[in-house]
Design a protein around this ligand. Sequence first.
Ligand SMILES: *[C@@H]1O[C@H](CO)[C@@H](O)[C@H](O)[C@H]1NC(C)=O
Ligand SMILES: *[C@@H]1O[C@H](CO)[C@@H](O)[C@H](O)[C@H]1NC(C)=O
Ligand SMILES: *[C@@H]1O[C@H](CO)[C@@H](O)[C@H](O)[C@H]1NC(C)=O
Length: 287
Amino acid sequence: MANKDELQKGSSGWREFIWNPRTHEFLGRTASSWGLVLSFYLVFYVFLAGMFVFTMYVMLLTLDDFTPTIQERLVTPGLMIRPKGEQLDLSFSPVNTESWIDYVQNLDAFLEPYNDNYQAQTNDDCVPDQFFIQEDSGEVRNHPKRSCQFNRTVLEECSGLQDRSYGYQSGQPCVLIKLNRVIGMLPGKEGLSPYISCGAKREDGDKIGQLVYFPPNAAFNLMYYPYYGKKAQVNYTQPLVAVKFVNVTVNQDLAVECVVVSNTLTPGGERDKFAGRVSFKLRVSGQ
Ligand SMILES: *[C@@H]1O[C@H](CO)[C@@H](O)[C@H](O)[C@H]1NC(C)=O
Ligand SMILES: *[C@@H]1O[C@H](CO)[C@@H](O)[C@H](O)[C@H]1NC(C)=O
Ligand SMILES: *[C@@H]1O[C@H](CO)[C@@H](O)[C@H](O)[C@H]1NC(C)=O
């Protein structure tokens, strides 16, 4: 029987822990003690939520839809080429269509928005050799901002309009070069536009042969700058320079480097070897 008594005592101990009628304690605390604990946590969580909402609000206040809050202060933007594959490596054999058809399709797709009639529809015929400034005046935003026409025909032999293979079929390939966009950049002064200069990187100097540029001055005209960002300047068309390798030595890996020359941009040194330049491999195979 002692066993049963102890069991009863144990279970009444539990019952008293849950609700003790003598001390009026629930789970070991009185009502006012519970009230204090709960109100402490209530105040604590409301305070945390308030902090979160306030921080988000302040953060959002400082954001502007039209200009990035953080923009890496690049001294000189990089260059990029088209056609672009996995690597910057253009290797093909003129007689083997399959070896270059991807390059041609890549260029066709890239140059689609440069068609003259499309440019005439979307963009302005601007005054060349000067910046196309469209600043906001105070709180009044001057947008949508207009952009300048860059006609595909400017690329002449490298436009893909007369020579549908951009020279790849005849072993005189065209490569398009663009300067990466940087919002607000003014890449030149005194009416002098930045221009592209390409050459052999190593001692392949004579092997890359003669280069022909389109437009002939190889320049990115100042009228395409400054760029105001994707959202403010919806129809912006990046200016291009085409370089055509007209007498390249066949069956040779050639390291080509193109740099931008400007009176305000300086190519990066050892610290940033991509600033203002691009390197790629070119190999034209003979029979
Ligand atoms: C581009 O082409 C269109 C249509 O041929 C022409 O009206 C316009 O003047 C050209 N723009 C430039 C900047 O050459
Ligand atoms: C952008 O191009 C469209 C036509 O495609 C034109 O209707 C619109 O006005 C252009 N916007 C600006 C800001 O130039
Ligand atoms: C093409 O380059 C070769 C040397 O690689 C040279 O002998 C030849 O004269 C060049 N032809 C032209 C038209 O420049």
